[in-house]
Write a protein of this length. Structure first.
Length: 530
C-alpha cells in the first residue's frame, strides 16, 4: 500500500479532532478504521494517512485531495467566492489566491491553499447576522403570525394539494428545457437568451405563453434547448428532475416517519434511493462527505456531525439545492409556516448553511402559508417571518418587494423588475439561493392570481429556470387549487410523473397529491401541530 492523503487535509479539522473515530495518532494497520465503499474507492483510514488498495492506486499519477462536483481548482475558486459572500476578509482571500499557482499546483499545495482560505478573518463592517442553529435563527426572526387557520372544506383542501403538485410539475416542465441557458453566453445574459430564442421563432412567442418549442432560428446565438421530453412537441408527462425527486423523497420520509423525522432519516432516504450521479453541487459534496465518514452500508446514522457534512469541501453551501427540497415539508403542515420551516431546517442542515438553509425554510413556510392565504404579498411576508431579519436573503427579498411595488405589482412590468433584480443580485452564481429566490418572489407578486403569468415570469427571468418555475407554481397551486391551472398547462402532463424513485416511476401526480394530503391530515392531529 502507498499513502495518498493526509487525513486532516481530506477530512477536515472537525473530523481530525474526533479521536474516538480516528484512533491513536501513532497507530498502525490494526488501528485503521475501514470507512466502507465510497463508490469506486475502497478507502482505508489510518490515524494520519489515507491509503487506497493497491489495485486502485496502481497506475494513477495523482491521488486527488478533493472530489465531487468539479475539479479541485474549481472547488477552490468557488470557495473563495463563498467565503467573501459570507463575510470573510476579501483582501486576505485575494492575497491567498494571488500567491497560489492553482493551475500548476500539486495536490498538497492545493490542500494548503484551501486551508489558508479557511483562516480568512471576518470582514470589517459586515452587517449581516446569519446563524446556522435553529434556536438562533428563530431568535433573529421578526415578530409575526406563525399560524394561519384553514377556513375551507376538506374537498377544497384536496383541490389545493393537487394544485400544488400540478403547479410544481407544470412550472418545472416549463423551465426544464432552458435550464442550459442559465449562464451568460456570447454576451447574452440568461434571460436575454430566452427572449431572443423565442422571438426568433415568432414575435408573439414572447412573452412566453406555452411550453418551449424545440427549435429556433436563433440557436446559433442562444444555444440549443435541453430536455426534449419537456419541449412543446414531445411533452407527455412530467419527466424526472431533481426538483421533483426531492419532493418525492420528502414525501416518502414523511410517510414512514411522520413529523418526527430527523436529518438522519433524510440522509438515509438519499443513500437508499438517490443515486450519487443524480445529485448536484452542494448535494454532491454532502453525499460524498457522509459516505466518506460514516458506515452507510449498515444504514445511515441518525446522529452525525451535520455541520461537517454540510461544509467540508463544499463551496456550494448557499446554492439553490436546499431551496428546491422544500415542498413536501410545506405540504405536510398547511397553515403552519413555523413548523414547515422547522421541517425544512432538518433537511437543509445536512448540505447547506446560512442562506442556503434559509432558502428552504422560506419556501416551505410560503407553501404552508399559501394553503391559508390568498394575497401573495402576505404569503411572502409569512415566509420571511421564519428566517433571520438581518440575513442577506431576508433583506434582499425586501428589496425585490420594493421593486415590485414601485411598478405597482403589474405583470407587464416584469422586464423592468428583471432589470432591477439582475442589477442587484446578478453577481451571484446562476444557481445561488438568493438571486433565484428573488425571481420567485417577483413572479408571485407580479403574476398575482394568474397561473400562466406566475410560472412564465419565473422562467423568463432565467438562471435556474426549472427550479424557479417549480417553486412559483407550487406556491400558486397551494393558494388557488388545481382548478386555477389552465388545461393548456396541466393536460400535456397526462397526470403522470416519472421520477426515477422506486414506487414513483411512473405514478399519477394526483396520487402524489393524495398521499401529501393524507400526511397533512395525520400530522395535524399529532403533537407536531399542537
Amino acid at each position: 500500500m502507498k499513502p495518498c492523503d493526509d487525513s486532516i487535509a481530506l477530512l477536515g479539522k472537525g473530523a481530525a479532532n474526533n479521536r474516538e473515530m480516528f484512533g491513536k495518532r501513532n497507530g498502525g494497520m490494526k488501528d485503521a478504521i475501514k470507512l466502507g465503499w465510497s463508490f469506486s474507492h475502497d478507502i482505508w483510514l489510518f490515524p494520519r494517512r489515507l491509503y487506497h488498495k493497491e489495485p486502485y492506486y496502481r497506475g494513477m499519477k495523482d491521488i486527488p485531495y478533493f472530489a465531487g462536483w468539479e475539479p479541485t481548482v474549481g472547488i477552490i475558486r468557488e470557495e473563495a467566492k463563498q467565503l467573501t459572500q459570507e463575510g470573510r476578509d476579501s483582501r486576505w482571500i485575494k492575497n491567498v489566491l494571488a500567491h497560489a499557482d492553482l493551475e500548476r499546483a500539486d495536490d498538497p499545495a492545493l490542500a494548503d491553499v484551501w486551508n489558508r482560505l479557511q483562516e480568512a478573518p471576518p470582514q470589517s463592517g459586515y452587517v449581516f447576522v446569519e446563524p446556522n442553529d435553529l434556536g438562533e435563527i428563530r431568535a433573529r426572526r421578526s415578530t409575526g403570525k406563525r399560524r394561519f387557520p384553514i377556513a375551507y372544506s376538506e374537498e377544497e383542501f384536496d383541490r389545493r394539494m393537487l394544485g400544488a403538485w400540478l403547479g410544481r410539475c407544470c412550472g418545472c416542465a416549463l423551465g426544464k428545457p432552458v435550464e442550459p441557458f442559465m449562464d451568460s453566453y456570447r454576451g447574452l445574459s440568461s434571460r436575454e437568451r430566452i427572449k431572443i430564442y423565442l422571438k426568433a421563432v415568432a414575435p408573439d412567442e414572447y412573452p412566453l405563453k406555452n411550453y418551449f418549442p424545440g427549435s429556433s432560428p436563433a440557436e446559433g446565438r442562444t444555444g440549443s434547448l435541453g430536455s426534449p421530453l419537456s419541449q412543446r412537441e414531445k411533452i407527455g408527462f412530467m419527466e424526472t428532475d431533481d426538483d421533483i425527486r426531492y419532493t418525492v423523497l420528502g414525501q416518502k420520509v414523511l410517510l414512514e416517519k411522520g413529523g418526527s423525522f430527523g436529518t438522519g432519516e433524510v440522509m438515509k432516504s438519499w443513500i437508499e434511493q438517490l443515486p450519487y450521479a443524480s445529485v448536484c453541487t452542494a448535494e454532491t459534496q454532502a453525499y460524498r462527505n457522509y459516505i466518506l465518514r460514516y458506515r452507510t452500508h449498515l444504514g445511515a446514522q441518525v446522529e452525525a456531525d451535520w455541520d461537517w457534512v454540510a461544509t467540508h469541501q463544499n463551496p456550494y453551501r448557499e446554492w439553490i439545492g436546499a431551496q428546491i427540497r422544500a415542498d413536501s415539508w410545506g405540504y405536510a403542515v398547511p397553515g403552519n409556516p413555523e413548523l414547515a420551516a422547522e421541517f425544512a431546517y432538518r433537511d437543509a442542515r445536512m448540505s447547506h448553511v446560512k442562506n442556503g438553509i434559509y432558502g428552504e425554510m422560506f419556501v416551505a413556510a410560503m407553501i404552508a402559508a399559501g394553503f391559508a392565504l390568498e394575497d401573495p404579498l402576505e404569503v411572502v411576508e409569512a415566509g420571511l417571518a421564519e428566517i433571520p431579519c438581518d440575513s442577506r436573503l431576508n433583506l434582499e427579498m425586501r428589496q425585490v418587494i420594493a421593486l415590485c411595488r414601485k411598478h405597482s405589482f403589474k405583470a407587464e412590468a416584469f422586464e423592468k423588475v428583471f432589470d432591477g433584480i439582475y442589477a442587484r443580485l446578478g453577481h451571484y452564481h446562476p444557481v445561488h439561493t438568493i438571486n433565484n429566490a428573488g425571481l420567485v418572489v417577483a413572479a408571485l407578486l407580479l403574476g398575482q392570481a394568474d397561473f400562466e403569468n406566475v410560472i412564465t415570469i419565473a422562467v423568463m427571468g432565467g438562471w435556474d429556470t426549472d427550479c424557479n418555475g417549480a417553486t412559483a407554481g407550487s406556491i400558486f397551486g397551494a393558494m388557488h387549487g388545481a382548478g386555477s391551472i389552465p388545461s393548456k398547462w396541466k393536460d400535456p402532463l397526462h397526470d403522470t410523473l416519472y421520477s426515477q424513485v422506486f414506487d414513483y416511476h411512473p405514478i399519477a401526480i394526483s396520487e402524489c397529491a393524495r398521499r401529501s394530503a393524507a400526511i397533512a391530515r395525520k400530522i395535524v392531529i399529532s403533537k407536531y401541530a399542537a
